[in-house]
Design a protein around this ligand. Structure first.
Ligand SMILES: [Zn+2]
Length: 426
């Protein structure tokens, strides 16, 4: 039997959704134009001053897009639409360059976040009282608190371990019968490894909710069979209000449901900025319809995906589904004229029997020419030649493959770094 956190919202008809979105969209434009100079200046530069003239979804594609750079230029609160006294929380993500991206929350925004996240928990099959272990850090990064706010709303028993100390994580999961594990998939692999070393089993663990890093279908299958769980791919980022705001896949695992009563999704050609037809890959662009402190209008996420279906899902939810994120526009690697994403390498590697889910993609630049080396852990049946041959078949070019013994590659407590760059001259 399907459970919903908010059945009215999650199963509303396409017509109801559309009229709800139209109404919210106009309210959103009136809100930002009355509250914020940055938005007002951008819009008035294009002659858009009266929201009632262009505040319908038909006009959406005429509005300017936002990108990470807009957040950086307006650091700290230049895009905020509420008074500072009305801010109740903030989260932040730091890029490698420039100022960080800041997301302020009004009281109602925290509630909106909790609602979206609670829908995700219930969609994964939780019921009130279930122990949930939250392994992202409780700090400026949005992961820990988002999972916390949602778990409170969904009535779960929160075990807020935060990140690190994997042996303690395993012991607490055992002692308190953790049913749901939240975090990044690479940390779940680390937990699995430590469980085996400690000879501890977690029979109560049934659900894994993983976000913040994209993982391949091969990785999903491995982690599900080895941990004995069902895993879910949760979506959301600082700019949209944090983890879970955009949605998650349901037990049908036929795409990520985007909470369309809260967010509008467009898929655009990253080069031209023009919409692409459903089913075609492009950049996910998001408009948040219900946030007060810092709503985004046409935010370019950099994430590449496609719309899988707008039809009602077998789970009964009507909200559209997008494919798992294949990668970010800025994660795409180009070597010897071939474009690929780290996730494709992962998927190909895990198809080789005996290969373990620990690997590195090393981009070596030798005298200005790029080459790829894949370091991967595997049992003794796997050779470097086997890895090279399989990757050539799957990716269309020949990276060098080096096989390491189990445990030889470095481990990380949080999101794993997979891609490394080296430069040398000969
Ligand atoms: Zn569904």
């Amino acid at each position: 039997m399907t459970h919903y956190f908010n059945s009215l919202a999650e199963t509303m008809s396409a017509d109801e959704l559309k009229s709800h979105q139209n109404r919210r969209f106009l309210e959103l434009l009136r809100w930002v134009l009355s509250r914020n100079d940055y938005y007002r200046n951008r819009f008035s530069a294009l002659g858009l001053t009266q929201p009632d003239d262009f505040g319908t979804l038909e006009h959406l594609s005429e509005l300017p897009t936002l990108c990470k750079e807009d957040f950086r230029q307006t650091y700290p609160l230049g895009m905020c639409c509420v008074d500072k006294e009305e801010i109740r929380e903030m989260h932040m993500s730091s890029g490698s360059t420039g100022s960080p991206v800041v997301m302020p929350y009004h009281e109602t925004d925290i509630d909106q976040w909790a609602e979206c996240m609670a829908r995700c928990y219930v969609m994964a099959g939780t019921v009130p009282g279930n122990p949930v272990q939250i392994t992202p850090s409780f700090g400026l990064f949005n992961g820990g608190f988002g999972m916390y706010h949602g778990a409170r709303k969904a009535g779960l028993f929160v075990i807020p371990t935060g990140s690190g100390n994997t042996e303690r994580q395993v012991r607490l999961a055992k002692d308190f019968d953790t049913k749901i594990l939240c975090g990044v998939v690479s940390y779940a692999i680390r937990i699995l490894e430590v469980m085996r070393a400690m000879e501890i089993e977690l029979p109560h663990l049934k659900i894994g909710i993983f976000g913040a890093e994209s993982f391949s279908e091969g990785m999903r299958k491995r982690i599900e069979s080895e941990l004995g769980i069902e895993s879910f791919d949760i979506y959301g980022m600082t700019e949209t209000g944090g983890v879970g705001t955009l949605g998650m896949d349901c037990p049908c695992h036929a795409g990520i449901h985007v909470w369309e009563d809260h967010y509008l999704v467009e898929v655009l050609d990253p080069a031209t900025g023009k919409p692409v037809p459903d089913g075609q890959q492009g950049e996910i662009v998001v408009t948040s319809l219900t946030r007060l402190a810092l709503p985004v209008i046409r935010f370019r996420t950099g994430d590449l995906s496609k719309i899988v279906s707008r039809e009602k899902c077998d789970c009964g939810r009507t909200h559209l589904r997008i494919a798992p994120i294949v990668g970010r526009t800025d994660d795409m690697l180009i070597v010897k004229g071939v474009n690929f994403f780290p996730k494709q390498v992962e998927h190909a590697l895990l198809e080789i029997p005996g290969v373990l889910p620990h690997y590195q993609i090393v981009i070596e630049e030798i005298d200005g020419v790029r080459d790829v080396r894949i370091n991967v852990e595997a049992d003794e049946t796997v050779t470097g030649y086997m890895v090279e041959k399989h990757l050539k078949e799957r990716l269309g070019f020949s990276p060098k493959g080096d096989v390491f013994k189990p445990g030889e590659l470095p481990r990380q407590e949080g999101k794993a770094q997979r891609v490394f760059y080296t430069t040398r001259e000969q």
